[in-house]
Design a protein around this ligand. Structure first.
Ligand code: BJW
Length: 263
């Protein structure tokens, strides 16, 4: 990677009044949270999405699916935000109208200090029951004592909703499911009204989330992409920064904001 952040990206960020930061799994990769589609390390290289990330899969084998999500939740709980997450929170602190839109189901943006990130694909930490009037639900934590310790292939029966006794499911958006309407509307509105959209660590292939940077570009915003490899979003990006989130974002923030403050 070119270690010097291109000046035009820093200038675009410095001059923007409204910024959207749109993140995907690569944002958390350097925290030790696996991506989905990276060739060797991605989750979909080792696990079958159809057997784990659909409502049909949960219906067919709830213990398998709940156990897999508990394993992933335990990994995220042990992970810490990386310098990229901290840089995103710093952007929000410098730019009055900065919105963070994430496809990630971890809570690393929140733990880095980002205010109110919009979660398009739900959260590992907000389970709900499967009933039509889905209630939020609580679930046993490892430190509760009697909860089984999650392991990679461990089957764990999901708890039952305390209100209606229906099964509790992970509060994430599976393939074929609608995204949370309020979150999607807020993301689209922010993208349509921003000056700069910074897309970080996403392959840009999962819809409708992948429309968010494209909407920004069509609305006249400059799209800056941070990713170590080319993606379909290269074509909509005004600037492509080839590198990782934890390397590029702190350098971009320093170049955009700290140089001006010192002068
Ligand atoms: C780094 C890095 C480092 C590595 N630093 N970068 C239009 C066309 C075709 C298909 C469809 C379409 N519209 C809808 C569909 C179907 C489907 C879809 O998009 N399929 C495509 C895959 C073909 N979409 C859906 O089913 C959606 N629902 C829907 O459309 O509903 C319609 C409906 C309407 C009304 C009523 C009912 C239904 C739902 C999609 C849900 C996605 N869910 C998942 C799982 C979430 C739960 C879980 O975590 O288990 O969300 S799938 C997975 O992909 C996850 C992610 O959020 C999402 C996006 O992945 P992401 O974040 O981009 O990760 P990767 O791995 O793909 O990329 C990582 C990138 O990081 C790479 O580029 C690396 O290079 C980079 N990287 N290290 C920076 N250190």
């Amino acid at each position: 990677m070119d270690r010097v952040v291109p000046q035009d990206a820093a200038r675009l960020l410095r001059d923007a009044r409204r910024v959207v930061v749109f993140t995907g799994a690569g944002m958390s990769a350097e925290s030790g949270v696996p991506t989905f589609r990276d060739d060797l390390t991605g989750l979909w290289a080792r696990f079958d999405a159809q057997q784990l990330a659909t409502a049909e899969a949960f219906h067919a084998d709830p213990d398998l699916v709940w156990g897999w999500y508990e394993w992933r939740r335990s990994r995220v709980r042990r992970a810490a935000p990386n310098p990229g997450h901290l840089a995103v929170a710093a952007i929000q602190a410098r730019v009055p109208q900065a919105t963070v839109v994430t496809q990630n189901v971890d809570d690393l943006h929140e733990r880095a200090g980002t205010r109110a990130p919009i979660h398009l694909h739900g959260s590992l930490f907000a389970p709900r029951c499967v009933a039509a009037a889905a209630h939020p639900a609580s679930f046993p934590d490892a430190e509760d004592g009697d909860a089984p310790e999650p392991g990679e292939g461990r089957r764990i029966p999901p708890p039952r909703c305390v209100s209606c006794r229906a099964l509790v499911r992970p509060g994430v958006v599976w393939f074929g499911e609608a995204l949370p309407e309020a979150a999607l509307t807020a993301a689209v509105d922010a993208a349509a009204g921003c000056d700069v959209l910074l897309t970080v660590g996403t392959s840009g292939v999962v819809y409708p989330a992948a429309e968010v940077p494209r909407i920004a570009a069509r609305s006249g915003a400059a799209v800056i992409q941070v990713n170590p490899v080319p993606t379909p979003l290269d074509r909509v990006a005004a600037v492509n920064l080839r590198g990782t989130a934890a390397e590029v974002l702190p350098a971009l923030v320093a170049s955009a904001f700290e140089a001006t403050e010192a002068s």
